[in-house]
Structures are given as C-alpha cells and as structure tokens.
Design a protein around this ligand. Structure first.
Ligand SMILES: [Fe+2]
Length: 168
C-alpha cells in the first residue's frame, strides 16, 4: 500500500508557497476518498485513486517552467515524471506508479477510459474546479450528463451547483 500520509507531506513540500494548489489537491483528494468508498472501489484501487488525487496536478510547475503554460496538455505531459520519485518514496510499486502516471496523464481527457477510478478522479476534479472557477450552472449541467458516471458524484454536483442557485 502507498503511504498516503507520507505522499501528502511530499506533495505539500513540492508545492511549498503555493497554498492555492495545495488547497486544490486536498479537496480533490477528499472527494476521491468519499466517491471511491461510496462506489465500492477495492482497497488497492482506492489507495491508488487517493494517491493519484494528491498528485493529479503535480506537473503544473514544470509545465509553467518548461512551456510557459499551465494548460492541461502540458500538465499531463510533465506530471508523471515529477510524480515518480514522490511515489517511490511513499512506497508505491512499479505497477501502482504506472497506473497513477496514467491517471495523471489523462485527467483532462474526459473520454480516455471508463475505468471507475478514472471516472471518479474526473468527477472529483470537476466538483472542485466548478467552484474554484465559478462555472455557470449550464456547464455543470452539461458535465453531469456527459462526464459524470457515478451516482454519488452526480448527487454532489446536483446538490452543490444545480438544485438551488449557487453562490460561488
Ligand atoms: Fe485538478
């Protein structure tokens, strides 16, 4: 099992001085934890999902440094290489690190897979981004139909952004 407490500490240290990013991945982690458990993920898949949540945006600083952009494409390109040593330090096996690298590298590609852990990571990231970017309700409604797969994720989306006029 990957040591998530250790991994979180490493991720916070990597993002030192960037409190906004830390707040973001901590929220995505919390939603992944809840959604994964509610949707019945197995213990190892849950562990992999939670590790991926902590590291999903870890490529952002390298993307900005190397490509001058925090665009999703560059983050996905740079993320896995930054994540690898942190995962090794937190005790991830090669197979676990490979799956997490894949999740990081595809988390802006909504059609990349129907794997449940992947869908949950997309949903959790969307639930947090919708708030942080003050997305209009129409965009949340569209995502609910096209991107979301889990009952728990749809319910959170509905309650936070669609059932009543929401205040960012
Ligand atoms: Fe994110």
């Amino acid at each position: 099992m990957i040591d998530l407490e250790k991994l979180a500490a490493l991720a916070v240290a990597y993002d030192a001085g960037d409190a906004r990013r830390v707040q973001h991945f901590m929220k995505v982690y919390a939603f992944c934890r809840l959604l994964g458990r509610s949707e019945g993920l197995g213990e190892e898949e849950q562990n992999i999902l939670e590790a991926a949540a902590l590291l999903h945006d870890i490529g952002i600083h390298e993307a900005e440094r190397k490509h001058g952009s925090s665009g999703g494409k560059w983050q996905e390109l740079e993320g896995p290489a930054v994540a690898a040593p942190l995962l090794a330090q937190a005790g991830a096996s090669a197979a676990q690190a490979e799956k997490i690298a894949w999740l990081i590298a595809h988390h802006h590609s909504f059609d990349a897979s129907e794997d449940l852990a992947f869908r949950i990571l997309l949903e959790a990231d969307f639930l947090v981004n919708a708030y942080e970017s003050a997305l209009p309700p129409e965009a949340c409604g569209t995502a609910g139909e096209r991107v979301f797969r889990t009952e728990t994720g749809r319910s959170f989306l509905q309650k936070m952004y669609l059932e009543k006029p929401y205040k960012p």
